[in-house]
Design a protein around this ligand. Structure first.
Ligand code: PMP
Length: 349
């Protein structure tokens, strides 16, 4: 008997794979990474952790959770950590999904929501963004059925960069049944300037079914280290911790996370985020002045509506690797160092 995969796996194998990273173009702006190497306190903490890496990390991740809890102002029993927020969003699907269960996710948005639901065995409904590129919360609420147990929101949305204001989120959460987990993916929250970074956190006290996901991959510039965290009700946070793949957040990544949440680590990250936000504004101004279409962004990337292939070709001429989104009708480019952003502008102006 030949080996057969599940349909959801076959479907994933039939979609185009990521391009090889073997010969990257000089300017890599396709994955929303930060352009700087990890800061000195983080490197020092990781180096020290290497010395004790013959031991398993603390199973309960008490120090990491305390560091996050302190920074967010929530109890550490309401925090779970894992090797990236990607792992947490899969873990959340596993908590509630099985055949017959249904989930809802936005498109275009982060592709992992569909994969998480499918691999967890759920049926899923994709809900298109509204005409203006904002998440269509009314349509998402309308897609909820009696079998729905989980809904993913991305705020700001990747790849379009728009923000759902906190009042919109509150109204949406009021309309969602209590037995539906609402995953609020805030991977890019630290780059938001339209409202305070912490604006959505009070919602955790109002809604026990809300989970906020964040990551060290973006604002803290640690994409290759793999660390992310969730804040939720105690019940959901404990379920996430106790069902995760044991020790997936390795000890070196955990040390990096703790250092990232030290006062020095936070100060360095904030300064770097401010630089990216200022560059974002500079680029949008230049594009607006030249009449080049760009979506308003509250994130560390810009979405350029247009023919994805033509945009990619223009970027390539300047040595820039961006990311095409043919289905969303455009291309996404990460905001990088000033000189890298100049190359992006040279491609577009
Ligand atoms: N959510 C969103 C919206 C993302 O864009 C990404 C990374 N591209 C992730 C989650 C996953 O981040 P990580 O697993 O690196 O924490």
């Amino acid at each position: 008997m030949p080996l057969e995969f599940r349909g959801v796996v076959d479907e994933m194998l039939q979609t185009p794979n990521r391009p090889s990273g073997a010969t990257p173009p000089p300017i890599r702006l396709s994955q929303n990474e930060m352009p700087w190497t990890p800061s000195a306190p983080i490197v020092a903490a990781m180096t020290a952790a290497v010395e004790t890496s013959h031991r398993y990390p603390d199973y309960h991740r008490a120090a990491a959770r305390a560091a996050i809890a302190g920074a967010l102002g929530v109890d550490q029993d309401r925090v779970a950590v894992d090797n990236g927020s990607g792992s947490l969003l899969h873990g959340l699907a596993r908590l509630v999904c099985e055949p017959g269960v249904h989930g809802v996710y936005p498109v275009p948005s982060f592709e992992a929501y569909k994969a998480a639901l499918g691999l967890a065995g759920a049926d899923a409904t994709a809900v298109s963004l509204a005409e203006d590129g904002a998440m269509d919360l009314a349509a998402m609420a309308a897609a909820i059925r009696p079998e729905t147990r989980i809904v993913y929101l991305c705020n700001p949305n990747n790849p379009t960069g728009g923000l759902i204001p906190v009042e919109g989120l509150r109204e949406f959460l009021r309309s969602v049944p209590e037995n539906v987990i609402v995953v609020l993916d805030e991977a890019y929250r630290e780059f938001v300037t339209d409202e305070p970074v912490e604006a959505a956190l009070p919602l955790l006290d109002e809604f026990d079914n809300l989970v906020i996901l964040r990551t060290l991959s973006k604002s803290h510039g640690l994409a290759g280290i793999r660390a992310g965290y969730a804040a939720a009700s105690e019940r959901i946070a404990e379920a996430l911790r106790r069902t995760s793949v044991g020790f997936a957040l390795n000890g070196i990544a955990e040390a990096a996370l703790i250092a990232a949440f030290s006062p020095e680590g936070i100060a360095i990250a904030e300064e770097r985020v401010a630089t990216i936000v200022a560059e974002r504004a500079r680029m949008v101004r230049a594009l607006d002045e030249a009449g080049v279409a760009v979506l308003p962004s509250q994130s560390n990337f810009l979405f350029l509506p247009g023919d994805a292939g033509a945009l990619m070709a223009r970027f390539a001429e300047q040595g820039v690797l961006a990311r095409p989104f043919p289905n969303a009708g455009g291309a996404r480019v990460t905001v990088g160092l000033p000189a890298e952003n100049d190359a992006v502008l040279a491609a577009l102006l």
